[in-house]
Design a protein around this ligand. Structure first.
Ligand code: PLP
Length: 221
């Protein structure tokens, strides 16, 4: 598998999707999701110009981040957060995409480290999914804004998986609206982390500024 070809292909698709949406490609950050992939592949992707990497599993990611030890890479935590793991998350990651409850806001703030955070919204309202409801969003956002160390940068969502290749576009539209509402209230929170290998073009159509792509870069897990 040639990750160089994969990255080139994705960059072309990002460009086309941005043009179709009437957006600038500069607004869209590619985050390479490297969970379950080794340091050699991550280093290769970094050599090919990628500087943002996403990880889900704390123990695994700490080993890889320590081993790669590069100041040029921004690490994004995109997994579920246990509050007692907050100190390690804050130590190793500059971004956290999965803030979903008050307890986590308090625990991360208590680490006294500056972190850029996104609030995860359960846009599909599936019981099994993490994230705040649309109603819970503004109160949680207010908490982050008022925290001492956390820097509210925007929203993140994982829409429901497409059935028979049919994506539920309504969920993407809803995230775009919620993102606009948040920006109107607090303009620095202008990022929207939306879209994976399966659906990043739909994310870009609806305002995504950060796409989290794993398998299309690194191959199947
Ligand atoms: C694994 C994961 C991704 C990447 O998914 P791919 O299908 O490999 O592109 C993106 N976001 C989150 C939250 C993930 O857990």
């Amino acid at each position: 598998m040639d990750i160089s070809d994969n990255i080139a292909r994705i960059n072309n698709k990002i460009k086309s999707a941005a043009i179709q949406a009437g957006r600038s490609v500069e607004e869209i950050k590619l985050i390479a999701v490297s969970k379950k992939k080794g340091v050699d592949l991550i280093a290769a992707a970094h050599h090919l110009g990628l500087t943002n990497f996403g990880e889900n599993y704390l123990q695994e990611s700490i080993e890889k981040i320590s081993s790669i030890n590069s100041k040029e890479i921004d690490w994004h935590f995109i997994g579920n957060i246990q509050s007692k793991k907050s100190p390690q998350i804050a130590q190793y990651f500059s971004w956290v995409h999965t803030i979903d409850r008050a307890k986590i806001v308090n625990a991360l703030d208590a680490t006294e480290r500056k972190i850029k955070v996104l609030i995860q919204v359960n846009v599909s309202e599936e019981e099994s999914k993490s994230g705040v409801t649309a109603n819970g969003l503004m109160p949680l956002a207010e908490m982050v804004i008022e925290s001492k160390y956390l820097d509210l940068k925007g929203l993140m969502a994982l829409p429901s998986p497409s059935l028979d290749g049919k994506i539920n576009e309504k969920e993407y539209e809803k995230m775009n609206i919620l993102s606009d509402q948040l920006k109107n209230h607090y303009s620095p929170a202008d990022e929207l982390s939306l879209g994976t290998s399966q659906d990043f073009e739909m994310g870009i159509k609806h305002g995504s500024t950060m796409i989290r792509v794993g398998e299309s870069i690194f191959g199947k897990r």
